[in-house]
Design a protein around this ligand. Structure first.
Ligand code: PHE
Length: 346
């Protein structure tokens, strides 16, 4: 018993001088490891009376737990110290911009996709829309099922999906996932946009990338109609391009809208003559949209008898390309500073 009772005091005393994780682990082994005094006491118990076995056994266990808990706390403290020490070494002074410029080094700037995304967010905010976010890693339910795309539906082939090994999770193939999340969290009437990266396992060329950007939009209320949809889309495009753009509306099929449309704009790179961006047709598909399918409203907890809505999925990268006259989408992800620095800096 004597050894036992001084054990905790000795341990606490020695713990004070520990400043490294490795030393802490050694100290822990010294006291409660296989060769430690506590283990010795337990070994010697075999010669003790049943009464002694009980009291000493209980006490030994209490001490072991007390030491383990002290080690745990100290470990957290030391880990935090290590992180802080690492941060102190790698500290970056973000106020250095001016001196960096003086030295002739390049100042950072906004990526063109960020510039356009923020511009569009502002336009929508001014029209009373909220801006929502959603996860990149999604499940089948939010990406497909809730959007009226059941497992057997051919529309699943339209989107080449990056699946995770568990076959249940995926990288979202579109921002329409945000429709479902947004609807569930609010009651009509509401309107929101949801910008972000989307991922598709596609062969890349001048107009296709595996990672690109969309901005989802949704408005739900009583009597929301195609008229509302067209009004908001026209306002958006004239604000973005600050000039008249020619648009055309074609029927388009997406399982989560009915009726569905494709809104195209006359290619601003070649003025409709035909180029690599518009695949020589003179028009660029920019804005798939439509009235929200009743099944999708239901999945979002909304009664389709009482409310209707519109949704659209704006392709941000193509819009950026039109706006700045960029003829290959791959520039957007190449990370080439000569390209990136041509846009507005901080
Ligand atoms: N989610 C569709 C896509 O990525 C676009 C879309 C959004 C179509 C909303 C209609 C309504 O292709």
């Amino acid at each position: 018993m004597l050894v036992l009772e001084s054990l905790l005091a000795d341990f606490t005393q020695e713990l004070k001088d520990i400043h490294k994780i490795a030393d802490l682990l050694n100290l822990k082994a010294k006291y409660i490891g296989k060769q430690g005094p506590l283990a010795d006491v337990m070994k010697n118990l075999k010669d003790a009376t049943p009464e002694e076995k009980r009291t000493i056994g209980v006490r030994a266990n209490e001490l072991k737990q007390a030491i383990e808990s002290l080690v745990g706390h100290k470990m957290q403290e030391l880990e935090l110290q290590e992180i802080n020490a690492g941060l102190a070494i790698s500290k970056i002074d973000v106020s250095l911009t001016d001196s960096v410029i003086e030295k002739g080094l390049q100042a950072a700037g906004y990526h063109p996709v960020t510039i356009v995304q923020q511009e569009i967010e502002d336009i929508f905010i001014s029209m009373g829309f909220e801006v929502l976010d959603g996860p990149h890693i999604e499940d089948e339910y939010h990406n497909f099922e809730a959007l009226n795309i059941p497992a057997s539906h051919p529309a699943r082939d339209m989107q080449d999906t990056f699946w995770f090994a568990d076959k249940k999770h995926l990288l979202r193939t579109h921002t329409s996932t945000i429709q479902i999340r947004g609807m569930k969290e609010r009651k009509p009437p509401f309107r929101f946009v949801g910008p972000g990266k989307v991922f598709r396992c596609e062969r890349t060329d001048a107009s296709h990338e595996m990672v690109f950007h969309q901005l989802e939009g949704m408005m739900v209320g009583e009597d929301v109609s195609v008229g509302n949809l067209i009004y908001f889309m026209k306002t958006l495009l004239s604000e973005i391009f600050k000039r008249d753009v020619e648009v055309r509306l074609r029927p388009g099929f997406f399982p989560f809208v009915e009726p569905g449309f494709e809104l195209d704009i006359k290619c601003l790179i070649c003025a409709g003559k035909g180029c690599s961006v518009c695949k020589q047709v003179g028009w660029v598909e920019l804005l798939p949209c439509g009235l929200v399918h009743p099944n999708v409203l239901k999945a979002g907890g909304i009664d389709p008898e009482k409310h209707s809505g519109f949704a659209f999925g704006l392709g941000l990268d193509r819009l950026v390309m039109m706006k700045y006259g960029i003829d290959d989408i791959r520039y957007l992800h190449a990370g080439d500073l000569r390209f990136n620095s041509q846009f507005k800096s901080f």
